[in-house]
Design a protein. Structure first.
Lengths: 172, 762
């Protein structure tokens, strides 16, 4: 599936464009990020509520069904809880809060989640539905998928920094 | 020997020490026998064996083990006979002697760990010892001449009886400098351990091994675990600093923007502001650099802690052999119970992994064997029909895969009937029909051990689906996972993948608002009940503030009497109210990661048997909240229960005393060096300055008073506190001690209380 990517100079905070140069993690085959127009990027498309989002696939470690979610009292709403992922502690983040939207429903056992790694931190994003894996091409204008429906392309590095800021801002 | 005035702790410790010394001494006899074969040893060798036996006799008396005194005495007498009469040595004597020393070793262990029932072993040993010199008439009285029952009583705390026989010649001390072959003490797999011990025995040869109580290693491990907590705390602070550095850089940028280029060039009003902005830039950069450097150093610390833990882990490594021995015994029992013909094959018995892991795996292996026998292996007729050999085979294979231990237990039975399992999952309402239809065989197999069993009926061996739950839970708790694979008609394989070692810690678990939390057990001193509305409560005659953990953790305060955990950290205590106390547990510490670093209330997390994450509260933070008005410095205290008192030198020719003093002073925060005589002590004082000297009086080479005189001649030791410990506190001694400015003269046996009183004197 081919989707279109916005131009590089988009300044929307959560959008993808500017983060490519800043990304701290070398991507597989860096040549794919040359400035040639028309390149392909693999993304995973998912839905939270009625909104649809995409994250580039290279950040995604796996797609999981959450086990028991342990609540973290005193944590701000962005931190939905903690899960056991193969014996390690996995923080579950609420995407809506990160995007300054009204918070989504609390993460619960059985919810779907994307496990992503950025800023040498692993966390999970609770999602309602994982749609598909698609390829994006750059073009003028907004990010849309093949059917023309709008997508928001998320930048995991920015998400992670935002999450850290929100959690650090909480007086504890 | 009831007149020995040790408190229980000391006596227990001294007995452990005796056990270790006795083992070393008996090892001398054994290695003599092994080196000379069945030939009669030289007179020197016999004299040496006699001497070490004599030492055991004296030490045993000191620590109040009368029965051991008797046995050592008999053995010593037997050596005396052998030494006198060449005819007394027969072709079997060497073997008999090895048997006796071997038996004595176990006897000492038994006497110290479970004295009840030791008498039977003693009777047997008496016979064995008597048999050593059977060809001879019974030993005459004169051979008892060396034994003077009062000998060991003269100086009650000196383990080496009578005139000191220098311990330095013996392997007991040699082990400390010899090759570092460290054999971990055998753990709780008692029966296999015993087998392993006898099996190991000939190869131990010269006995150059360090014997360590398992508890000591455990303590070290838990200290290393505490280090992890400490590191996390520091790292968290530094992460906050890093955030602060970023904020500062941002503020500075804002300031810079606010000043603007025209102002920058311009007037006197803003010059100060521009300078401040420049300074701020420099400071922000410095802060940022320092923070980065700190993070590097924390990383180095992390590596060092890792090495420390790995090193400690290696000490605790066990091979799969013990686990296999256990499996063999279990299977034998199962064979008897079922009449099935099953054979056990094991592979990889030299695979090494943490003893703790090995201990935890005993139950899962038992369960999996039961499971294989109950579900997997067919009756002989069925096997014949399927064309399988009559003898079923269960294979256990252990191997290391990177950092993981992989244990695979396979049977060649009928395999898991995934269709039947699907049906049962649906029948028990665990799965919807749709889910069961969609699930792959491997999904279905994964559901095994989540409370569902293939067999509808449950018998005493297996069938309730609970057994596999235990396996999954235990393995999950150890941070591993269980995979099941099965080929219908060919068999089933359970593979357990788990870390080779774990960082275990003791913690007190409790429930608040439906969730389980933990506090490291070292900081939990008690539990109690707290009245509703109380803001403080009395625990052990101390008034402690009440911290409502339910409120802190976001739940309402109820008006009921509530259980409380009494926590003490850095000298401050409080009582935390909870919904319910779960109890002490051994937990595995998991780091929370950088995202949760700002949430200082939590130190780390652990994972429960059912795979749930449980948060570990940071006692440092709790204490600060319980004492909000305490000086801020409290918050800066690092978890260090001990204030460093200084460096102390202990001089005594008895190893037991040296160890006892090291332990007592160590607990008071002293770094303790020891010397076995005055001459050695003098050498040490030339190299190092000591803040406290504790010395015996009677010592070879240079005695206590001579040492003190020499020390007082040295300008650095003119006023150093000196404490004398002696069994002869005569008025003459006291006078002399006073002349030399000795702070206190303490009569042996030393107790902790006496020592503390002496140290408190000014």
């Amino acid at each position: 599936m081919i989707c279109s990517l916005p131009p590089r100079n988009s300044d929307a905070d959560v959008l993808y464009a500017q983060s490519v140069e800043r990304s701290e993690r070398p991507c597989n085959g860096g040549h794919a990020y040359s400035s040639t127009v028309g390149e392909l990027r693999n993304v995973i498309v998912f839905a939270i509520g009625t909104a649809r989002y995409a994250i580039e696939l290279r950040w995604i470690r796996e797609v999981v069904t959450l086990g028991f979610v342990t609540g973290v009292p005193t944590a701000p709403p962005v931190l939905g809880g903690l899960c056991n992922l193969h014996g390690a502690i996995l923080p579950v983040l609420d995407v809506a809060t990160l995007l300054e939207l009204p918070p989504g429903p609390p993460a619960r056992q059985g919810d779907g989640a994307l496990v992503l790694e950025a800023e040498s931190t692993v966390c999970a994003l609770r999602v309602d539905q994982v749609d598909h894996v698609a390829s994006l091409v750059e073009s003028e204008g907004a990010v849309v998928d093949a059917t023309g429906r709008p997508l928001t392309l998320l930048d995991p590095v920015k998400l992670m920094r935002r999450a850290l800021e929100l959690i650090a801002a909480e007086p504890s | 020997m009831s007149d020995i005035d040790f408190d229980d702790d000391e006596l227990a410790m001294l007995r452990q020490l005796f056990r270790s010394e006795a083992h070393d001494a008996l090892e001398v006899v054994t290695s003599r026998m092994l080196s000379t074969g069945s030939a009669r040893p030289s007179s020197e060798a016999i004299a040496e064996m006699m001497r070490v036996t004599h030492t055991i006799k004296g030490s045993a008396g000191t620590v109040g083990l009368g029965a051991m005194v008797d046995l050592a005495h008999r053995l010593e007498s037997a050596f005396a006979v052998i030494g006198r009469d060449p005819q007394a040595w027969g072709p079997l004597t060497a073997d008999q002697l090895v048997e006796v020393t071997d038996g004595l070793r176990s006897y000492v262990d038994q006497l110290i760990t479970q004295p009840a029932g030791a008498e039977h072993s003693a009777a047997q040993l008496r016979t064995q010892i008597a048999n050593l010199t059977n060809s001879e008439p019974p030993p005459e009285r004169p051979s008892f001449a060396r034994f003077d029952p009062s000998e060991s009583m003269v100086i009650p705390t000196i383990v080496t009886a009578g005139p000191p026989e220098p311990l330095t010649d013996q392997p007991s001390d040699a082990v400390l400098t010899g090759p570092r072959t460290i054999t971990p003490p055998l753990g709780t797999l008692t029966a296999p351990a015993a087998i392993a011990e006898t099996r190991d025995f000939p190869s131990r040869g010269d006995g150059r091994q360090l014997r360590v109580e398992p508890e000591r290693i455990d303590n070290l491990m838990s200290s290393a675990g505490e280090l992890l907590f400490d590191r996390t705390r520091i790292e968290r602070r530094v992460q906050l600093l890093r955030t602060l550095a970023r904020d500062l850089a941002r503020t500075r940028q804002n300031l810079r923007d606010a000043i603007g280029p025209t102002d920058r060039a311009g007037g006197p009003v803003n010059r100060g502001l521009v300078e401040a902005e420049n300074e701020l830039a420099g400071q922000a950069a410095l802060l940022s650099q320092t923070t980065a450097a700190l993070l590097d150093e924390i990383e180095a610390l992390r590596r060092t802690i890792g090495e420390l833990q790995r090193g400690l882990t290696r000490i605790r490594m066990d091979t799969a052999r013990n686990l296999f021995l256990h499996a063999a015994r279990t299977l034998r029992a199962l064979r008897r119970a079922t009449g099935l013909v099953v054979e056990l094959r094991t592979l990889g018995e030299d695979t090494e992994f943490d003893k703790t892991v090995a201990e935890q795996l005993v139950d899962p292996i038992t369960q999996l064997l039961r499971n294989a026998v109950a579900h997997g292996i067919e009756q002989p007729e069925e096997r014949a029909q399927r064309g399988k050999p009559p003898t079923a085979i269960i294979t256990i294979r252990a191997r290391q895969d990177g950092n993981l231990l992989v244990l695979e237990l396979s049977d060649d039975g009928r395999g898991v009937d995934t269709a039947a399992l699907r049906d049962r999952l649906v029948a028990t309402n665990r799965w919807s029909v749709a889910r069961a239809q969609l699930a792959t065989d491997s999904d279905v197999l994964d559901a095994l051990g989540t409370g569902v069993s293939v067999r509808g009926d449950a018998d005493e061996l297996a069938g309730r689906g609970i057994g596999l739950d235990v396996v999954r839970q235990t393995v999950a708790r150890l941070g591993g996972e269980v995979k099941v694979s099965s080929i219908p008609g060919r068999g089933t394989t359970f593979s357990l993948r788990l870390p080779l070692s774990t960082s275990l810690a003791q913690a007190m678990l409790f429930k608040v608002g439906g969730q389980v939390y933990a506090i490291p057990a070292v900081h939990v001193i008690d539990t109690t009940l707290v009245e509703p509305g109380a803001t403080s409560t009395t625990v052990r005659h101390e008034q402690l503030p009440v911290l409502r953990l339910e409120a802190l953790l976001g739940h309402g305060v109820t008006s009921e009497r509530r259980p409380g955990v009494v926590v003490s950290f850095a000298g401050k205590g409080f009582v935390g109210t909870v919904d319910k106390i779960v109890g002490p547990r051994e937990i595995i510490i998991k780091p929370l990661g950088p995202l949760l670093a700002p949430l200082t209330l939590y130190a780390a997390a652990t994972i429960s048997g059912s795979g749930k994450v449980q948060l570990i509260l940071d006692p440092a933070q709790l204490v600060r909240r319980a004492h909000p008005d305490a000086p801020e410095a409290l918050g800066e205290l690092i978890s260090s229960p001990m204030v460093l008192a200084g460096r102390a030198l202990v001089i005594d020719d008895s190893r037991a005393i040296r160890e006892a003093m090291t332990s007592m002073l160590g607990r008071e925060g002293w770094i303790v060096d020891v010397a076995e005589d005055g001459a050695r002590a003098l050498q040490m004082t030339r190299q190092l300055r000591y803040d406290l000297v504790v010395t015996d009086l009677e010592m070879p080479e240079l005695n206590g008073f001579d040492l003190i005189v020499r020390l007082r001649d040295d300008a650095r030791f003119k006023t150093t506190p000196i404490v004398i410990i002696t069994s002869r506190a005569t008025p003459e001694h006291r006078r002399r001690a006073k002349e030399l400015g000795v702070r206190a003269l303490v009569a042996k046996p030393i107790t902790r209380r006496k020592l503390l009183e002496a140290l408190a004197l000014r």
